[in-house]
Design a binder for this molecule. Structure first.
Ligand SMILES: [Zn+2]
Length: 230
């Protein structure tokens, strides 16, 4: 996460970035589960803890509410969203499996040279983040994976497909499931044939490679949920 960078940027900018800084800090705490699902989020307490006024905290909470990570209720105020159930994750992957192989196929036909370069770069960054001797940072890897999938959707050239996928906030929900350190390297390896097919313009292989990656990611997630929950 770019929390430190965000704080530095905010300080350099002087004003206006406090909402962004609060957003990044809260996002980091939510996806690393430092703030547990269902935990109450008091605007007053957060303002004191972050040493900023309540306005940027409210801004940040409103953004996180639209991301699906925070829930606002009439009587309780803000709380961290409950974790996704197995059923909700299954439904999430059903939709992704409908849209993303198609998007990858279209990306192979329509991607620009800049989009191809961006895909290769993000794929390489995830590979580097996953391959370190120290256990990889789960939050960073999940968000890089999210960027990768968003770039594929963008390269497909159909804004409705990209928007529909973005609205699922899949990676923010996925980031909150603790998973083995090896998962990131497996995902990075599965991205390789997707990138190659999109770069070389092979629609059918791009579709098949994306489908295979999502099916494996879904199975790994199911296994992680079986280990972690009742
Ligand atoms: Zn992926």
């Amino acid at each position: 996460m770019a929390t430190t960078t965000g704080a530095v940027t905010a300080a350099a900018a002087g004003t206006g970035s406090l909402g962004q800084e609060a957003y990044e800090r809260l996002l980091t705490e939510l996806i690393s589960l430092e703030i547990a699902p269902g935990e109450r989020l008091s605007v007053d307490a957060l303002a004191r803890r972050y040493r900023i006024s309540q306005t940027p905290i409210r801004e940040a909470l409103a953004r996180l509410e639209s991301d699906g990570l925070v829930v606002k209720t009439h009587l309780r105020g803000f709380t961290a969203a409950p974790g996704f159930s197995r059923r909700e994750f299954a439904q999430l992957f059903d939709i992704r499996l409908l849209l993303e192989p198609y998007a990858a196929g279209q990306a192979a036909l329509h991607r620009t040279p800049e989009q191809a370069a961006a895909l290769q770069e993000v794929a390489a960054r995830l590979r580097a983040a996953a391959d370190r001797p120290a256990p990889p940072d789960h939050g960073v890897c999940t968000l890089l994976d999210g960027q990768f999938h968003d770039l594929v959707a963008a390269a497909a050239g159909n804004p409705l497909v990209r928007e529909s996928l973005a609205r699922l906030h899949a990676h923010l929900h996925l980031a909150r499931v603790p998973r083995p350190a090896t998962d990131a390297a497996l995902a990075a390896a599965e991205h390789e044939p997707v990138v190659t097919a999109i770069v070389t313009g092979d629609r059918h292989i791009a579709e098949a490679a994306m489908r295979s990656h999502l099916e494996r990611a879904r199975d790994r997630l199911a296994a992680a949920l079986d280990r972690s929950g009742p």
